[in-house]
Design a protein around this ligand. Structure first.
Ligand SMILES: [Ca+2]
Length: 505
């Protein structure tokens, strides 16, 4: 055609033709640019963000290097905190495993979802986070400790806890055919300490502290991270978003951990808690909390426990770090929301008490880190008072999924971005006792069957909860306000949560 033109037309026609060609080219270029733009913009909405849920068990809220802990080293979680947002006043809706986990997965409190103690099932009709995400096209997977029936939320869950779980057992059998002990408690004999509480009561297993007979690469936390990384690799080219729940048992007891973690921290250098008294023979056992195993008054055993507990935290940090690194190496970081939390903490000798189950800070407060590129980032530290009913709605909002009616928690997005004007500054927890936190105040109300007195603390003045202010005339108004807040919360009757009709994109 160009040839025809040069031969048979005048120069004016030629210029006109060239101009037309040029314009066509411009239009075409603009069209292509627009198409590319549209494609780029469509990608994030057509493929929702992945969710990596990292969970530790019995991980005390302040045991992070980035939180200023004087001893424990957590370089990987510190990095996550610096990349995302760290919450310093997050509470578990119950200070034991199953009820707290059930709240993380429903956004509802234990007396509503029904898992009020370990080992109980949900009330009929409760909707859990993995189910909801599945209806929005997510591939869901879990590795580690669930402690929350039913397992069928995840298609092929790899459940472990304290060495249980058939896949992990099979792995151990193949790698270490002569090993016959329990992977969570088998210690090198000369390192083993068995501590039996001097308190009388039900005879419970002693505390076990020592160096594991297993090397790190065969220990449960390493296996959990390995299987999580296997799953991530299967998702590299997937069109669908994924939800991966990586749930490690440590730093939960037993305190038998592999090297180098078992001797990483020196027992002699562990500072005993201010509220620990070696001269106390036994604490007053509450009628509904007769757990003599939780009592400790031996300073040297407590120092051993602390050194091994911190070692277990660094072990968890190391293997969670490996999972985070895999997400990065697979190029998924920019499209992945990460949350790290725990189901509750550990008293670790405060008030001569181990473990959890009480409403004091080290038991009921949890670490909470959230990272979502472009939304929650930059290492912000947020001190708003909240509980873990807030985790599920926050993840849903970050994933672009509308939060269904019936969730009792609210999304943390506004608070994490610095707007606390609408935030109520409350947290609630329930086990045998009920707890309400409102701003700096904490009220603990015992169960009706318990003879214990209510407790009221001003955490701004008394962070170790030593001075019970309940009944002080000058604080009558504050006390009334907390009691009303607690009562109102306890009477909430949220509607049943419904799954969306039909699959959503
Ligand atoms: Ca737990």
């Amino acid at each position: 055609m160009l040839e025809d033109f040069t031969k048979g037309t005048q120069s004016q026609d030629r210029r006109k033709f060239l101009r037309q060609q040029w314009l066509s080219l411009l239009v075409l270029t603009a069209c292509f640019a627009h198409l590319n733009e549209a494609r780029g913009a469509a990608e994030p909405s057509s493929r929702r963000r992945n969710i990596l849920f990292l969970m530790a068990d019995e991980f005390t809220h302040n045991c992070l290097g980035v939180a200023g802990h004087p001893i424990v080293k957590t370089p990987n979680l510190d990095r996550l905190a610096r990349q995302g947002v760290r919450f310093t006043n997050a509470y578990a809706a119950s200070p034991v495993c199953s009820p707290s986990r059930a709240t993380l997965f429903t956004g509802r409190y234990p007396h509503i979802h029904g898992v009020v103690r370990n080992g109980l099932a949900f009330n009929p009709g409760e909707v859990a986070l993995p189910e909801l995400l599945k209806s929005y096209g997510y591939v869901t997977h879990m590795v580690g400790k669930l402690h929350l029936p039913p397992d069928e939320w995840f298609p092929n869950p790899l459940i472990t806890a304290g060495g249980r779980g058939k896949e992990y057992q099979q792995f151990l059998k193949e790698k270490k055919p002569l090993f016959t002990g329990a992977s969570n408690t088998a210690a090198v004999p000369e390192t083993l300490i068995n501590y039996k509480s001097p308190c009388k009561g039900r005879d419970r297993a002693p505390l076990r502290i020592g160096t594991s007979v297993l090397p790190e690469e065969l220990y449960e936390e390493a296996w959990v991270a390995d299987r999580a990384i296997d799953f991530l690799r299967t998702q590299e080219d997937s069109e669908r978003p994924w939800f991966l729940f990586v749930s490690m048992l440590k730093p939960h007891s037993a305190f038998v951990i592999p090297q180098p973690y078992a001797t990483m921290y020196r027992p002699g250098e562990m500072p005993l808690p201010d509220t620990f008294r070696p001269d106390v023979e036994c604490f007053r056992l509450s009628k509904l909390d007769p757990n003599p195993r939780a009592f400790i008054n031996d300073s040297s055993v407590l120092r051993e426990v602390m050194a091994h507990y911190y070692g277990a935290i660094t072990l968890v940090d190391r293997h969670m770090g490996r999972v985070l690194e895999a997400v990065e190496q697979l190029g998924m970081s920019e499209n992945t929301i990460v949350v790290f939390t725990a189901d509750h903490g550990n008293m670790l000798g405060e008030r001569n008490r181990m473990f959890k189950g009480v409403m004091y800070e080290s038991s009921v407060k949890v670490p909470l880190l959230l990272k979502a590129p472009g939304k929650l980032e930059g290492g912000k530290v947020i001190d708003a008072v909240l509980d873990n009913t807030a985790v599920m709605p926050t993840l849903l909002e970050l994933a672009g999924i509308s939060v269904p009616a019936g969730l009792q928690g609210r999304s943390l997005m506004a608070v994490a971005q610095g707007d606390t004007s609408e935030w109520p500054q409350t947290a609630f927890s329930v086990l045998r006792h009920r707890m309400a936190r409102l701003k700096q105040w904490k009220l603990i109300v015992p169960d009706e069957d318990d003879a214990a007195e209510p407790e009221l603390y001003d955490l701004a003045q008394d962070p170790q909860e030593q001075d019970n202010l309940y009944g002080r005339p000058e604080l009558a108004q504050v006390q009334r306000q907390l009691e009303t807040t607690l009562e109102k919360w306890w009477k909430q009757k949220p509607p049943q949560v419904k799954l969306p009709d039909g699959p959503k994109k």
